[in-house]
Design a protein around this ligand. Structure first.
Ligand SMILES: C[S@@+](CC[C@H](N)C(=O)[O-])C[C@H]1O[C@@H](n2cnc3c(N)ncnc32)[C@H](O)[C@@H]1O
Length: 422
């Protein structure tokens, strides 16, 4: 029932899954293992929603009335168990029927039983078909146009699996990998298959690491020779990139306009024992006393590069959001550029797969600002992983990259240099 409620919060109230999880009182009463299972059920359902809804639809003789929408969610959670988690049919059907019995939806228990039994007899779809059904057309088409149809299909397939958990460690990554039974990735992150409780991982209290996808760890690495440099980290919370810059010896000042997110960042930095000056301000109007050697702008974006971790993004974001964000990103990059000293660097990053939020923002900015030029990233800077570098010299990772390691988030990062003439 907790899973059904959470699904309703996401699909009926358009709330992000993580927010729904925090606000769902049903979850508070569950034991840890039940909570993890209910969360997995909802995440898997959202990941495969198109496939699940198609399966349900074909066995309904007439539409489910609007006021009985909860029946649809019960069917979705039941179908998730059958199609995705491969739960034994009698268990998945029985628990779903019991969710309706004894409630005002009792009259639908026969329907739930019949539809789920039929679904349990369906053949498993090929991954490509399953992935395509659960990817909105506007997203799939934008990826096909930018990366080609084959890569778009690979990206959609990558979204069907739960991602691993990546950590960035402060020191001795290979020793740490051995200690926690993780894999040391070529770019220095540590990858664990999964962890239900991150605070139980070795070194948490001691602040030896923080959670950060391997792709999210790349933009901060583009800041050239950070040790001793003044670096402004703009749009910084919850602080993964600021922590990397601090570890690399930079004098970091971080800015974010969300006090709530800065509070999370404060707690993270406290655990890590890092002292970073934090400002709650809008980047567009923030005016520090001096210019920085380097500015990192990790702009707010549609986050379509993180669909593996947040499958609700495909349902909550639209083309209109991408267009609105692209305008904001252009304003932000112009504001960030004003804070870079002559000869300094600006790194622009987003966790979006959408070209409108990535290279097009940078290209438009460069067209209107002749003080800056691209300072192309070379493959040597990313351990010779040339698939991460675009012909223009930007970083572009895709969830379909690095199949042998289990993929990574989609990230874009460009490094620009301000001319030495002021
Ligand atoms: C992609 S997240 C940043 C992630 C962070 N850099 C990290 O590595 O942990 C984007 C952040 O931008 C902040 N933000 C959005 N618009 C802003 C603005 N105009 N000024 C300052 N911060 C902003 C949001 O509050 C959010 O925390």
């Amino acid at each position: 029932m907790a899973a059904v409620e959470l699904l309703s919060i996401v699909l009926d109230d358009n709330e992000p899954l993580e927010i729904g999880l925090q606000n769902s009182s049903n979850f508070d009463d569950l034991a840890d293992s039940d909570r993890a299972f209910a969360h997995l059920l909802v995440k898997s359902c959202l990941r495969h929603l198109g496939e699940i809804d198609t399966a349900i639809e074909q066995f309904l003789n007439k539409p489910i009335p609007e006021k009985a929408n909860r029946v649809r969610h019960i069917l979705r959670i039941g179908a998730t168990q059958l199609i995705v988690l491969k739960t034994a049919p009698h268990a998945a059907v029985d628990t779903s029927v019991r969710l309706a019995k004894g409630t005002r939806l009792a009259g639908f228990s026969g329907l739930i039983n019949a539809v789920l039994r039929r679904i349990s007899e369906l053949e498993t779809l090929e991954a490509e078909d399953a992935a395509r059904r659960s990817t909105p057309d506007w997203l799939f088409e934008s990826w096909a146009k930018e990366y080609g149809a084959e890569t778009a299909a690979d990206i959609a397939i990558a979204h069907l699996s739960e991602p691993c958990l990546d950590l960035t460690v402060r020191r001795s990554p290979s020793e740490f990998a051995e200690k926690v039974g993780g894999r040391l990735l070529p770019t220095g992150s540590i990858r664990l298959e999964s962890a239900s409780n991150v605070t139980a991982i070795d070194g948490f209290q001691e602040g030896e690491w923080w959670v950060q996808d391997a792709a999210a760890a790349l933009p901060a690495q583009l800041v050239r020779e950070p040790s001793g440099k003044v670096v402004y980290d703009l749009c910084a919370a919850p602080g993964g990139k600021a922590a990397q810059l601090f570890s690399a010896g930079a004098q970091v000042t971080a800015v974010d306009r969300s006090e709530k997110r800065l509070e999370i960042m404060r707690r993270n930095l406290e655990r890590l024992g890092m002292s970073i000056e934090l400002h709650c301000a809008d980047v567009i109007s923030w005016r520090p006393e001096k210019l920085a050697d380097a500015v990192l702008l990790d702009a707010p974006c549609s986050a379509t590069g993180t669909i593996r971790r947040h499958p609700d993004i495909t349902l909550l974001k639209s083309l209109a959001d991408v267009r609105r964000l692209a305008k904001l990103q252009l304003e932000l990059i112009h504001a960030a550029a004003k804070l870079v000293r002559p000869g300094g660097h600006l790194v622009y990053a987003v966790c979006s797969l959408q070209p409108d939020e990535s290279q097009r923002v940078v290209n438009k900015f460069l067209l209107n600002n002749d003080q800056f030029k691209r300072d192309p990233v070379t493959a040597v800077e990313v351990e010779n992983i040339s698939e991460f570098i675009t012909p223009a010299g930007d970083i572009r990772t895709l969830p379909s990259h690095w199949k042998e390691w289990g993929g990574l988030d989609g990230f874009f990062a460009a490094r620009l240099k301000r001319s030495t003439r002021s």
